[in-house]
Design a protein around this ligand. Structure first.
Ligand code: ZN
Ligand code: ZN
Length: 556
């Protein structure tokens, strides 16, 4: 029997995968629960598996149906995997959004850069502040991460407290913002925490992550040694890193030139929020050519190999203002997100082929992750002392490692779940007690498609199997009115014997139609289906691959 104040958790994204985070907390009994959503993020499409899909987001059908019980959306921080789906999905929900000032400002700047800027209000909450949302009281606890103003959320209810860590790490010298608030987290532990729902990204990595300050020192040392131009690429949202690069430039008497729209946008928002106070003004890309090589440092977008971003264009000698030559140096102050290795690799190779020195985190401490390694995870557990730990923000391996670490650290209960699971946190034994509809949506052009939509699956098949188009015109008597038309798209022209595949297909189409009993030839669907089967079999025999086939039958 469900208690009236049952506290539940449903991940609708971000569990069993890294990206598209959406967590939902519920309070109430089975008949009526109030819901609170945390984050609403995207993942990036995989070009091979999802051709033409740049963004993937959680299917929020469940929240749409529960909209009247949804008290709001709270954002932990402004990374795309936590807030990137708001512009597309918020119109389906239209509930209040809460975030701290920098996240709200970055979101406003992002909206303003859209072709049709949407009007989506965000209520600003102070870092460290608390708000009441229905039966939930939410406290924003500062944590260090790779973007300013990341927060763990202490969600208080009549059924207990949940600490939703968001993305975090321990960094005593984060360069910007406050270190992870150990004191507050310990106090929470004293108060008693029902469940810790926590970041598992780096649960497979031993030890603790280095500090931003160490990265800053490494970058400064490299820039000091450089004789020619220096370009640094990093995630635009990593304002602490931008500050580190600016400090390095200043120490070496170089001016920072900002290259790329995302970088311009974030640096402007960061200045408005006071995060770059004391940092010398940056110059625009137009100034680049006017500065001597040893007096300039270009801060560029494109660390993930994005083909239209600044660095790819510079490497391809295709940037209107910024060029690099033999002897110049490029620092990748970033990690390559899985899936982007090829595009990043080709940029690195293009640069090296031009005699440009490339420095990455493989050989130098020019980047550090914003997520907690194992010692940090243990430390968080020791501060918060939760009754239950639920690993999130990770692939299956990360979740399993985080779960085992928590058991080893003495957490009484650990539950691993997947997107769509309804988890009872308490009171009573924690368990997965139900399933709600979940899934993903693809942003295809400016449309949102369900993951079972045909278009993407068809494009994927087209991309490796091509298509045959056949048009057949039949008379009233069921005879061919004219030669069938055959077109091949994405299929080799000739078979191994050197014969035109299109000719072979043509012959098969004619033979198939003529072999059909006359009565069947008056049934357009039957003709179409027979021709389609025959063509696919014929192409498979000629080519060794099954193609798509579209047949049009006209009765004339
Ligand atoms: Zn994240
Ligand atoms: Zn993050």
């Amino acid at each position: 029997m469900a208690r009236p104040d049952e506290f539940t958790f449903i991940p609708l994204g971000g569990v069993g995968e890294i990206g598209m985070n959406l967590s939902v907390y519920g309070l109430g009994d089975r008949q009526r629960r109030s819901w609170l959503a945390v984050d609403l993020g995207v993942s990036f499409g995989d070009e091979d598996r999802l051709p033409g899909i740049d963004l993937v987001m959680p299917d929020i059908g469940f929240l749409e149906r529960e909209r009247k019980n949804l008290v709001g959306i709270v954002l932990t921080h402004a990374h795309e995997d936590h807030f990137g789906a708001i512009i597309d999905l918020w119109p389906k929900l239209r509930v209040p959004i809460y975030a701290t000032a920098f996240s709200a400002a970055l979101f406003a700047a992002k909206c303003a850069s859209e072709r049709n800027p949407p009007e989506i209000p965000i209520t600003v909450v102070a870092s460290g502040g608390r708000i009441d949302l229905g039966p939930f009281n939410v406290e924003f606890i500062p944590v260090a991460h790779s973007i300013p103003e990341s927060h763990a959320l202490a969600i208080r209810t009549s059924a207990g407290i949940v600490l939703h860590t968001g993305d975090w790490k321990i960094d005593l010298t984060p360069l910007i913002g406050k270190p992870t608030d150990e004191r507050r987290l310990r106090e929470l532990g004293d108060e008693g925490v029902l469940a810790l729902v926590g970041d598992s990204t780096n649960a497979v990595r031993e030890g603790r992550s280095p500090s931003e300050a160490e990265v800053a020192a490494a970058i400064t040392a490299i820039v000091k040694q450089a004789r020619g131009r220096v370009a640094v690429t990093t995630f635009a949202s990593n304002v602490a890193r931008i500050r580190a690069v600016a400090d390095a430039a200043r120490a070496c008497d170089r001016e920072v030139v900002v290259v790329g729209r995302a970088m311009e946008r974030v640096t402007q928002v960061a200045r408005e929020c006071g995060l770059l106070d004391g940092v010398r003004a940056f110059r625009s890309a137009e100034m680049y050519g006017h500065l001597p090589p040893d007096k300039v440092l270009a801060l560029c977008t494109g660390s993930q190999g994005e083909p239209r971003a600044a660095l790819a264009r510079i490497a391809g000698d295709d940037h209107p203002q910024v060029t690099l030559n033999k002897g110049d140096c490029v620092i990748f102050s970033s990690r390559t997100i899985p899936g982007n290795e090829k595009s990043v690799g080709s940029i690195i190779n293009a640069l090296i082929n031009q005699g440009i020195e490339v420095i990455t985190d493989r050989t130098h401490l020019v980047h550090v992750s914003g997520h907690p390694r194992r010692d940090e995870l243990r430390e968080m557990i020791s501060w918060v002392r939760p009754q239950l730990l639920v690993p999130v923000h990770g692939e299956a391996l990360h979740l399993a490692e985080h779960a085992q670490l928590a058991r080893d650290a003495g957490v009484p209960k650990v539950i691993t779940c997947r997107n769509g699971d309804l988890v009872r946190l308490g009171p009573g034994d924690p368990a997965v007690i139900d399933k709600v509809p979940s899934g993903r949506l693809y942003k295809d052009g400016f449309l949102l498609e369900g993951e079972k939509a045909r278009a993407v699956a068809e494009r994927r098949r087209l991309s490796f199997a091509g298509c045959v188009f056949v048009a057949v015109a039949l008379t009233e008597k069921g005879e061919l009115a004219d030669d069938p038309l055959v077109d091949l798209l994405g299929i080799p022209e000739k078979n191994a014997a050197g014969d035109e595949i299109a000719d072979e297909v043509f012959d098969i189409v004619v033979a198939t139609v003529e072999n059909l009993p006359r009565a069947r030839r008056r049934d357009a669907d039957a003709v179409s289906e027979s021709v389609r089967r025959a063509v696919r079999a014929a192409v498979a025999e000629q080519w060794g691959k099954k193609t798509l086939c579209v047949v049009h039958v006209l009765m004339v």
